[in-house]
Design a protein. Structure first.
Ligand code: IDC
Length: 369
């Protein structure tokens, strides 16, 4: 009797234990499956992140569209060509005065410009202005060299601009110009990334002959250390007159003459005709400044600027927009309220900046061709 019930009890316990074990096993299997799924999801995410990172690293290493791809530039006829002799269109932005807005010359800012499609950055160092080179030479040189390093690291051709403006005639401070430009040339020698703009906007009663006299002293100093460098030469009356240079070009290789265009101030039709005359006369032209004062110009000036830029695109004439800063003026790319110093969003960019970005993005298409 006892035996029977003991057997039944034993059987019952055994069944219960078996059931519990089976349940536990099934539960563990289920858990394991879930863990496996979670693991495989995590693995997949990691793989994706890894791929994206790899892409970024490749982009950084291959450095398309800039110095790394195109190397030493030179002039063939009136056109900028790269190390393989292929035409290269330069598109970029200028700093504001480096002593006033140095924070926009940081590496990430310039990398952001590169991502927008730029392949050149211009560093404007004022001469005779508050905190300009004459007043603060050491500070300006420090800012200049750090901006150069950041710009080269972002794989952008880098224009060193001796920003003559209030000083009117470049001969006025030629000694200082030669000191600074020689120091840059000594430091960077044959680095294909550096372009020299020896005088921003000659003005006042500065004649073309004054500019030639200046250029003929400054260019040999640069070329002593940087024999292959491109040199940009300013033209009379705030870089709006090419006719004298067409008649009497400076006797050096790899030189371009600068033309400046400001919507609402410049006459679009005249500007295009003047540049066309330059090209016909065999003069390599570079637009080292154009600006759109979005606070001040009328609707038709936007259209004219579009016509002007389309002309430049058509002729593959390089251009630089004025300027990368958040100064409260219509030329600025960045909104005055924005505190961001790189990777700007839609709301950080001004109306004029958005216009610039559209034209810069043509550089991205050029890259993928
Ligand atoms: C302007 C700056 C402005 C600054 C001024 C100093 O936008 O903030 O106070 O210089 O004189 C140029 C010059 C360039 C000017 C720019 C706009 O090359 O230095 O910058 N401009 O006025 N030529 C035509 C226009």
């Amino acid at each position: 009797m006892y035996k029977k019930s003991a057997i039944r009890l034993f059987a019952g316990v055994a069944v219960a234990v078996f059931a519990a074990a089976t349940f536990l096993l099934l539960f563990m299997l289920h858990e394991q499956k879930q863990i496996n799924e979670t693991l495989s999801d995590a693995q997949h995410t990691l793989q994706m992140q890894n791929q994206e990172l790899q892409q970024e690293i490749n982009d950084l290493l291959t450095k398309k569209g800039g110095i790394e791809e195109h190397g030493q530039l030179s002039i063939k006829g009136t056109q900028v060509v790269d190390q393989n002799g292929n035409p290269l269109m330069l598109r970029g932005v200028s700093s504001h005065g480096i002593a006033w807005y140095p924070e926009y010359t940081n590496y990430s800012a310039l990398k952001t410009l590169k991502d927008y499609g730029a392949n050149v950055f211009r560093i404007a160092m004022y001469v005779e202005q508050n905190d300009g080179y004459l007043e603060e030479p050491e500070l300006n040189k420090k800012l200049l060299f750090s901006a150069i390093e950041n710009s080269l690291a972002a794989d952008l051709y880098t224009i060193v601009d001796w920003h003559v403006l209030r000083d009117e005639n470049p001969n006025r401070n030629i000694e200082e110009a030669m000191d600074v430009l020689e120091e840059v040339a000594q430091r960077y020698g044959d680095n294909p990334g550096i372009i020299y703009e020896i005088c921003n906007e000659p003005n006042g009663d500065t004649t073309y002959d004054d500019i030639v006299r200046y250029a003929e002293q400054v260019i040999p100093i640069i070329r002593k250390h940087a024999p292959n460098s491109l040199v940009l030469v300013g033209t009379p009356n705030f870089c709006t007159s090419l006719s004298e240079a067409i008649e009497n070009p400076i006797e050096y290789q790899n030189i371009m003459y600068t033309y400046h265009y400001y919507a609402g101030i410049s006459d679009c039709k005249f500007a295009i005709e003047e540049i066309a005359r330059g090209l016909e006369g065999g003069l390599p032209v570079f637009v080292s400044e154009w600006g759109l004062d979005s606070h001040d110009v009328a609707e038709h000036h936007w259209n004219e600027t579009r016509d002007f830029l389309d002309y430049l695109e058509n002729k593959k004439i390089g251009w630089i927009n004025w300027s990368l800063s958040n100064k409260n003026e219509g030329y600025s790319m960045i909104e005055p309220a924005s505190r961001k110093l790189n990777s700007w969003n839609e709301e950080d960019i001004t109306d004029s900046g958005r216009f610039v970005l559209k034209y810069l993005s043509l550089g991205k298409d050029q890259k993928s061709k």
